[in-house]
Design a protein around this ligand. Structure first.
Ligand SMILES: C[S@@+](CC[C@H](N)C(=O)[O-])C[C@H]1O[C@@H](n2cnc3c(N)ncnc32)[C@H](O)[C@@H]1O
Ligand SMILES: [Zn+2]
Length: 299
């Protein structure tokens, strides 16, 4: 049985699970949870995903092997570095405790979280993605199969929760439940950091603010007020958000040749964006591809 450095509970009823020979059993609702193909516990409650949740899960399983190479092509390595820098910057003042990453996928962000020198629990509902992450053998990271909207952890378990590019792929009722779960699982003064699609990207493309990508993967984007409303629905009173991916928006503006210029100049452009970003006023609305939002649990 895999060792568990943190307490886990039944994601359906929050009872502490009992270790059996091959599984974890819930003494209250009798559900049982086994070990996933990546070698860690799979605590996704069976049969609870709606249609879009199931589409997202199967899409991520299908694309897990090519996910990171696609990302590097679409966003460039320099942009991914910028994104990780912004996430780490938002995690500077944390109370004591472990970090939970939700929707870790194949571990693009997980690797950067190592720099915080804390125990990390990386969770996702896509077994294929977790398999790829497991192969990387990152030290001090526990991999758990979990649905973001039904987390298998007791209240007040984590100093920070990180969700990069996750809520924008969750359907409406599930993403609100997820925000409430993030709030429940954070310690007081704990910090949530998430990234999400900026509706400006889809306006620039002339496509719907919500829908499905060609691969079938569902997406949703927000303007600043909409994303703040999502945070409020989860119980986070004073979310702070800033746009990023300002230069990356060029590729979506259909300016002829802008994408190739972006690729050539991306080390410089992303470095500039990284320097300027902390100077931006909080809660600035500006056309960009993404938002980064951080929020502290105050109550
Ligand atoms: C765009 S990928 C981002 C992966 C990773 N965070 C990164 O930065 O590369 C979205 C990830 O969220 C996961 N995800 C989406 N909905 C989820 C849910 N309800 N519960 C758990 N994971 C979910 C997907 O399986 C996928 O791995
Ligand atoms: Zn239960």
């Amino acid at each position: 049985m895999p060792a568990l450095p943190i307490e886990v509970v039944c994601p359906s009823c929050h009872s502490v699970l009992i270790v059996d020979a091959k599984e974890l059993i819930c003494p209250r609702c009798q559900k049982s949870y086994g070990v996933g193909s990546w070698g860690g516990y799979d605590l996704v409650p069976p049969g609870t995903l709606d249609r879009d949740g199931a589409l997202e899960k199967s899409g991520r399983d299908r694309e897990a092997a090519s996910y990171e190479s696609q990302q590097r092509k679409q966003k460039t390595p320099f942009f991914l570095k910028l994104e990780r820098t912004l996430v780490l910057r938002s995690l500077r003042e944390l109370p004591a405790g472990a970090i939970l990453e939700v929707g870790c996928g194949t571990g693009q962000t997980t690797i950067a979280l190592q720099r915080l020198h804390r125990a990390v629990v990386a969770s996702d509902f896509s077994p294929q993605s977790l398999e790829i992450l497991a192969e990387k053998g990152i030290p001090d990271v526990t991999l758990i199969g979990a649905d973001a909207s039904a987390l298998p952890f007791p209240d007040c378990s984590f100093a920070a929760i990180v969700a990069v590019g996750v809520v924008g792929h969750m359907p409406a009722p599930a993403r609100e439940r997820a925000l409430r779960e993030f709030h429940r699982c954070l310690v007081p003064s704990g910090v949530l950091v998430l990234t999400a699609f900026n509706a400006a990207r889809f306006r620039a493309e002339g496509t719907a603010a919500s829908g499905h990508f060609g691969s079938g993967i569902p997406y949703h984007s927000w303007d600043a007020n909409g994303l703040r409303a999502l945070a409020h629905a989860g119980g986070f009173e004073t979310p702070m958000l800033r746009p990023y991916g300002v230069f990356l928006l060029l590729q979506h503006l259909r300016v002829r040749g802008s994408w190739s210029i972006y690729r050539l100049g991306s080390p410089v452009l992303n470095a500039i964006e990284g320097w300027v970003h902390p100077l931006l006023p909080p809660n600035l609305s500006f056309p960009s591809v993404y938002w980064i939002m951080s929020a502290r649990k105050t109550a």
